[in-house]
Write a protein that binds this ligand. Structure first.
Ligand code: TXA
Ligand code: MG
Length: 313
């Protein structure tokens, strides 16, 4: 399908799966409630989980918010197009379905040429990851088709480069000062964002936190249809035995997923690997090294892995 055709379908109020550098999104025109409702229906997503709005310019992001601070501006200039979502107070006319009734909207400019071209004709496209709610995110057009079949048009842009979802960050006021809170870890770490702000002459306290309002941070998410077992301290044998007892199953055909030494490469192939290892196996075993468990550069992938896990020991 061409970008022009995708445009027509979106303008007609239907949804299209779009490529981004992180994962494929299921996009709807933010100005069409019918399309927004269709996203929730197809994904079987609860209305309490807000959608990220994708835009192609900082000006369009600004136009959707009532307060765009110099921190937003500095980070958007450094990271966009790229895997960073920034929360900012929404304009009153933005459909509350997008933000689940919350006062802030998540905004991000994705780094994919086809989607950037598509975005030119919209004030914004709301797009959650193009998977059923709680399931493994899609990093190729084939993954989207396998999940939704004929129900969804897909703009095929190849496989996603980053491979896991964007960093989600909010600018909040605490004791009279701006602070940056990272609600979802991603390619950009809190430390990297902190350094960027410092370089821009805006030293800002930056930390990880659970979002106080958005429940998009459920304990289980991204799960494939077979259990993922994560070994932190036990041997693989002990891990499998523990999982058999806890989950009350017998495991005879476990697959081992090696994450390797490079967190960027590991993230790129993570969801693909969960999908590839599912057929023919009854569990996926991931044994972690100390580095992977503790290093800042592995944090985003550990976040996804732990949410995808049915058993950790
Ligand atoms: O990389 C990505 O961000 C991908 C691609 C498609 O852009 N999108 C994505 O969307 O991961 P989704 O819906 O699967 O996850 C978005 C999460 C929500 O679950 C929520 O935690 C957070 O972003 N979020 C979005 N809007 C928010 C808001 N207004 N306030 C707080 N958190 C918000
Ligand atoms: Mg998702």
């Amino acid at each position: 399908m061409s970008v022009d055709r995708a445009k027509e379908i979106l303008k007609a109020g239907d949804v299209v799966a779009i490529p981004t550098e992180t994962v494929y999104g299921l996009a709807a025109d933010i100005d069409q409630e019918k399309a927004l409702r269709r996203v929730f229906a197809i994904k079987e997503r609860p209305f309490f989980d807000p959608l990220i709005v994708h835009i192609d310019t900082i000006a369009k992001a600004r136009a959707l918010t009532t307060e765009w601070t110099e921190i937003h501006e500095a980070l958007a200039k450094k990271c966009w197009p790229g895997p960073l979502t920034l929360l900012a107070p929404k304009i009153p006319t933005l459909n509350p379905l997008i933000t689940s009734g919350l006062g802030e909207v998540g905004l991000r400019c994705p780094r994919h040429p086809l989607t950037l071209e598509l975005l030119k004709d919209f004030s914004g496209l709301a797009a959650p990851s193009a998977n059923k709610f709680g399931k493994t995110s899609p990093t190729t057009a084939e993954h989207v088709k396998a999940e939704f079949g004929e129900q969804v048009y897909v703009l095929d842009g190849g496989s996603c480069d980053v491979g896991i979802e964007s960093t989600v960050a909010a600018v909040v006021r605490a004791s009279g000062r701006w602070k940056l809170m990272v609600y979802r870890p991603g390619f950009y770490t809190a430390a990297t964002l902190h350094d960027m702000l410092e370089d821009a002459g805006l030293p800002t306290e930056t930390s990880y936190a659970e979002s106080p309002v958005a429940p998009g941070h459920l304990q289980h998410h991204y799960m494939p249809s077979i259990p993922v077992l994560v070994g932190e301290k036990l041997t693989a044998g002990e891990l499998i035995e523990g999982a058999e007892k806890k989950l009350k199953i017998k495991l005879t055909r476990t697959a081992k997923l090696e994450l390797g030494d490079d967190p960027i490469l590991a993230a790129r192939t993570f969801y693909q690997s969960l999908r590839d290892l599912t057929p023919g196996h009854d569990a996926i075993v991931v044994m972690l090294t100390e580095n992977q468990r503790k290093e800042e550069n592995w944090r985003a992938l550990m976040n996804r892995l732990f949410k995808a896990a049915s058993f950790r020991a």
